[in-house]
Design a protein around this ligand. Structure first.
Ligand code: SME
Length: 161
């Protein structure tokens, strides 16, 4: 298991994702506990990118329940049909929101959040069992490079979920 991250802040966004991928793999692979892995996963993303909020919501029946995260306190439960996390859960697709105020039904856990990306997390049976939610205090902080990079990182969680 890696104990420290090695990342050059001068790297481009795509290069950062490429550099982080094997380090995240080394951190997660071999640890079967999902909570432990989601906790370290959140810490890595927060340390490398410094986003406002990084964390997981796990699927429990017909709700999403707050899981391991880094950042300010957040809503503990989210509901089907409302918000960005629920949209990613229900569509089973990554949702990128450039301006949260323009997303109908956005759940504002923090008034500082301006843009957001939510990636579904699947288990080995390809069922969505959680979502990774990343919020920025900047407008349009996330793009297709983030989508590709984060989806590759989230794939590493599949065996433990
Ligand atoms: N903004 C999310 C809710 C979760 S918090 O931002 C941590 C949403 O609309 O689903």
């Amino acid at each position: 298991m890696a104990s420290t991250l090695t990342i050059d802040s001068a790297l481009s966004k795509a290069e950062k994702y490429t550099t982080i991928l094997p380090q995240m793999a080394s951190l997660i692979q071999g640890e079967p506990n999902a909570v432990a892995n989601m906790a370290n996963f959140s810490a890595v993303i927060k340390e490398v990118w410094g986003h406002h909020w990084v964390g997981f919501y796990t699927v429990e029946d017909d709700q999403l329940v707050l899981g391991p995260f880094q950042g300010p306190i957040a809503c503990t439960r989210l509901f089907k049909g409302k918000g960005v996390c629920a949209a990613a859960w229900e569509s089973e697709e990554t949702v990128v929101v450039e301006d949260v105020d323009a997303f109908p039904g956005h759940v504002a856990c923090s008034s500082l959040s301006r843009s957001e990306i939510v990636i579904p997390v699947k288990n080995a049976n390809n069922e969505v069992v959680a979502v990774l939610d990343i919020d920025s205090d900047q407008l349009a902080a996330f793009d297709q490079e983030d989508k590709a990079g984060l989806e590759a990182l989230v794939e590493l969680l599949k065996p433990c979920m």
